[in-house]
Design a protein around this ligand. Structure first.
Ligand SMILES: [Cu+2]
Length: 491
């Protein structure tokens, strides 16, 4: 597999920038060559801007390197909109491969020049995206990133991605409104040694050695004593799962991918697969000091033992892959790694946690249940392919046809040996059960982790928009290697 985006310069300038994950004490600040503001808010009901995708120089952990950026920024500019806003984004492709944009998690049209992942913007070309957020669009933390099949994993791994906030009812809950807000965009960037085994790396899902939060290695975050800190956390990685814990401070989960929960849920750690988001409140109830935000190791079924044939069966594409194929890349992290440091700064009158957030209305009984079998196998001449219901993605083939307005239940069965975070575009879903055990709280999601051997049931309703879109594994290397299907929502 070729690395198509200026591999030579990337490698040349990346020297010395890697391995900064080990030296987490380095308080690196990215100082990219920005060509625009780092934050763009809608005004008067409009959000209008230019996004330039290009390979640019950035500084990470005091070392220069090349990365793929939007407007020279890593992450890309923070976009903020409100329900009902008209959004117009002009994307300019200065990469040497085609790209496009996906507005991950937004409930908007998948057609025309809205959230249309079948658009392809050639190198040197531009594309204007135009859409309106529905007036009842939920507030939440969303994520824009490239989605051009064939280059999405390389481009996300190389650095592209940014956060899009929709402000609404959740932001008007008094305790939430009073909280200090902080975006936490998680991305691991390739280090020096991360280009070597592209083939195997892609099968496992490539992880980079440089762990960044908002484009920085171990940045400082602050919390006022007595106050609340609201973290809007986005996993913008190609394949890395982030398993976060904050020393002496539990997370109070208030929102998942698609917006608010009904009540906060206290968690000691938070696992986010690629594409997943979470909003948490942290209470500033300690006696000052500094606390490390840690990324804990997570084995997603890709590393470890040698030998062993796969567990996959009956896939019709030959043998499955055993855990033995793993080279450890997927679980290379051995112990906790500090990824940010929280310090107390100032104080405010003690703020309580909110007791109630927003209703999460259960979906009605489904009119149909479908089954999606996630697995992988070897295809002649192609090597390893990743499959949904025995088929690798094929452009132009419609895999699933649904009816606008219908509620369906989808049974996601992972029959393989690697975890797969399953993502659906356009409409969020609720997780009903995991291996038969009902979910303990209702939440809106658009990515759900289906671990090796698990069966997860989700329920969704195809509201408001017709057209063609996709569902896929959000380990983007797996998506590239076939784990995606085309969904038609018919009128
Ligand atoms: Cu996958």
């Amino acid at each position: 597999m070729d690395f198509h985006f200026g591999r030579r310069s990337f490698l040349g300038l990346a020297a010395g920038a890697s391995a900064s994950v080990a030296g987490a004490a380095l308080l690196g600040r990215s100082a990219p060559m920005a060509s625009g503001p780092s934050r763009v808010r809608s005004s008067g009901g409009r959000l209008e801007m230019d996004l330039v995708a290009a390979e640019t120089a950035v500084t990470i952990a005091n070392a220069p390197r090349m990365a793929l950026t939007y407007n020279g920024l890593l992450p890309g500019p923070l976009l903020e909109a409100e329900p009902g806003d008209a959004v117009r984004i002009r994307l300019h492709n200065r990469l040497n491969r085609p790209t496009n944009l996906h507005y991950h998690g937004l409930h908007i049209s998948p057609s025309g020049n809205a959230d249309n992942v079948f658009l392809s913007v050639a190198p040197g070309a531009s594309q204007t995206y135009d859409f309106s957020l529905p007036a009842d669009h939920p507030a939440g933390t969303f994520y824009y990133h490239p989605h051009r099949h064939g280059s999405v994993a390389d481009q996300v791994f190389g650095g592209l991605g940014g956060v899009l906030i929709v402000r609404g009812a959740l932001d008007r809950i008094p305790e939430v409104q009073a909280a200090q807000e902080q975006v936490v965009f998680l991305k691991d960037l390739p280090g020096d040694g991360d280009f070597g085994s592209m083939g195997m790396g892609m099968m496992l899902g490539r992880e980079g050695a440089v762990l960044t939060v908002n484009g920085q290695v171990n940045p400082a975050l602050s919390i006022p004593a007595g106050g609340l800190l609201r973290l809007r956390i986005v996993n913008g990685s190609n394949a890395r799962f982030w398993r976060l814990a904050l020393e002496d401070h539990p997370f109070n989960l208030i929102a998942t991918d698609g917006g608010a929960l009904e009540t906060p849920v206290q968690l000691d750690e938070l696992l986010l697969a690629p594409g997943e988001r979470a909003e948490v409140l942290v209470r500033g109830d300690q006696q000052g000091g500094r606390y490390r935000l840690l990324n804990l190791p997570y084995a997603r079924g890709s590393g470890g033992m040698m030998g062993g044939m796969g567990r996959s069966r009956g896939m019709g594409m030959g043998m499955g892959m055993g855990r033995g194929m793993g080279m450890g890349r997927g679980s290379a992290q051995q112990g906790p790694v500090p990824v940010a440091t929280l310090a107390y700064e100032g104080s405010v009158a003690t703020l309580p946690l909110p007791e109630r957030l927003l209703p999460v209305v259960p979906l009605p009984e489904p009119v149909r249940t479908r089954r999606f079998l996630l697995n992988h196998g070897m295809a002649p001449g192609m090597g390893m392919v990743f499959l949904i219901n025995g088929r690798a993605y094929e452009h132009g083939r419609i895999d699933t046809r649904v009816q606008l307005g219908d509620t369906e239940e989808w049974e996601l069965v992972n029959d393989g040996v690697m975890d797969h975070p399953f993502h659906v575009h356009v409409n969020p879903f609720q997780v009903i059960s995991r291996n038969g055990t009902p979910e303990s709280y209702r939440a809106w999601k658009d990515v759900v982790l289906v671990r090796a051997g698990e069966t997860v049931r989700i329920r969704t309703r195809f509201d408001d928009f017709t057209g063609l879109t996709v569902y896929h594994c959000h380990i983007l290397d797996h998506e590239e290697l076939g784990m995606m299907g085309t969904l038609e929502i018919a009128a």
